[in-house]
Ligand binder design. Structure first.
Ligand code: SAH
Length: 264
C-alpha cells in the first residue's frame, strides 16, 4: 500500500449529533474528494435523508458505508487515537495544535493504527464529556471574532490537510521532450526549401535568415508533435504552391495555382 492510501485509509471522520442532513452530505463529498472513506455518525438527527444524498453530489459510497452509533464511545471503540476538532481551544484541557502540525505527526507514523477525527454539533460543538474521550484537539486558525466554521467546511479543511500530508499531488504535466538534432535538420532543410520556393529566401544567400530561424527554433526546442505540425504547415505551403501534388482543393487560390498543383 502506498503512503497516500495508507494514511487516508486509517482516518475515520466522526460527526457527532449532526442536526442538518445537508452537512452530512457535504462532509461526505469533501471526504470523497480527498480520498477519505470511513464515516461514522453518532446519533444523527436525520439519516439517511434525501438532503444528505443531494449534497453528497455523487459521493453516495461514503453515505452507504457510513456507520451509525448511539454514542461517541461506541463510534471510536476500535480507534488507537482520537482527535477532537474545536473552534474554541481556550476551553480544552487536552493538548491542541493546528491541522498542519497535527496531520504531519500522523503522516510521520506517530499513531500507526486507526485514527478518529471528531466533529461536533453545528450550534454547540462537542460537550466536555465528549472531549474527555479525545486525546488531543485541533483548531483551524480563523478570525477570532468569527471563529466557528460550517461543519462540512471544517471537515473539508482537515481532509485536505490529510491528503497533502499523505503526499498526494495533482498529476504532473508529461515531461517536455525536444526532438533530436537530426529531426531539427530535416525541418530546417524543409523550411529553407519552402522559403526559397516562395522567393522569401534568396538561394544565392540563404544563410542570414536560416541562421536566425535556427536560433529561434533552437530556443523553442519543439517536441515531436510540434515538429510534425511545422512540417505539415510547410507541406501545405508546397501543396498550395503546386510544387507538391495534393488531393485537396484550394477554391480560394487563383486558377493558375490550381492548375499548377495538378502537375506532379
Ligand atoms: N459553537 C461551536 C461551533 C460548532 S461548529 C463551537 O465553538 O465549538 C461545528 C463543528 O465544526 C465544531 O464542533 C468543530 O468540529 C468544527 N469546527 C468549526 N469551526 C472550527 C475551527 N475553527 N477549528 C476546528 N474545528 C472547527
Amino acid at each position: 500500500m502506498n503512503q497516500e492510501v495508507e494514511l487516508l485509509s486509517r482516518i475515520r471522520v466522526v460527526l457527532v449529533a449532526t442536526r442538518h442532513p445537508g452537512n452530512i452530505g457535504s462532509a461526505a463529498r469533501a471526504m470523497r474528494n480527498m480520498g477519505l472513506t470511513d464515516l461514522a455518525l453518532v446519533d444523527p438527527h436525520r439519516f439517511p435523508d434525501p438532503e444528505a444524498t443531494a449534497l453528497a453530489s455523487g459521493a453516495d459510497s461514503i453515505l452507504d458505508s457510513a456507520t451509525v452509533h448511539a454514542t461517541l464511545v461506541d463510534a471510536i471503540a476500535d480507534c488507537e487515537h482520537v482527535i477532537a476538532t474545536t473552534a474554541r481551544v481556550r476551553y480544552v484541557s487536552i493538548p491542541f495544535s493546528e491541522p498542519r502540525e497535527c496531520v504531519a505527526r500522523l503522516a510521520a507514523g506517530q499513531h500507526p493504527g486507526k485514527v478518529a477525527i471528531v466533529f461536533g454539533r453545528e450550534r454547540t460543538g462537542l460537550t466536555n464529556e465528549e472531549l474527555d474521550h479525545c486525546r488531543e484537539a485541533v483548531a483551524i486558525p480563523t478570525d477570532p471574532q468569527f471563529g466557528s466554521m460550517n461543519l462540512a467546511a471544517a471537515v473539508q479543511i482537515m481532509a485536505y490537510e490529510l491528503r497533502l500530508a499523505a503526499g498526494a499531488r495533482i498529476p504532473e504535466m508529461p515531461e517536455h521532450q525536444p526532438v533530436p538534432q537530426g529531426q531539427m535538420e530535416h525541418f530546417f532543410d524543409h523550411l529553407e526549401k519552402v522559403l526559397i520556393a516562395t522567393t522569401f529566401v534568396d538561394p544565392a544567400a540563404p544563410r542570414f535568415i536560416m541562421r536566425r530561424m535556427r536560433r529561434m527554433f533552437g530556443r523553442a526546442a519543439p517536441d515531436s508533435h510540434e515538429i510534425n505540425i511545422l512540417r505539415g504547415i510547410l507541406t501545405s505551403v508546397e501543396e498550395a504552391l503546386g510544387i507538391k501534388p495534393t488531393t485537396k482543393t484550394f477554391p480560394h487560390l487563383p486558377l493558375h495555382a490550381q492548375t499548377q498543383k495538378e502537375q506532379p
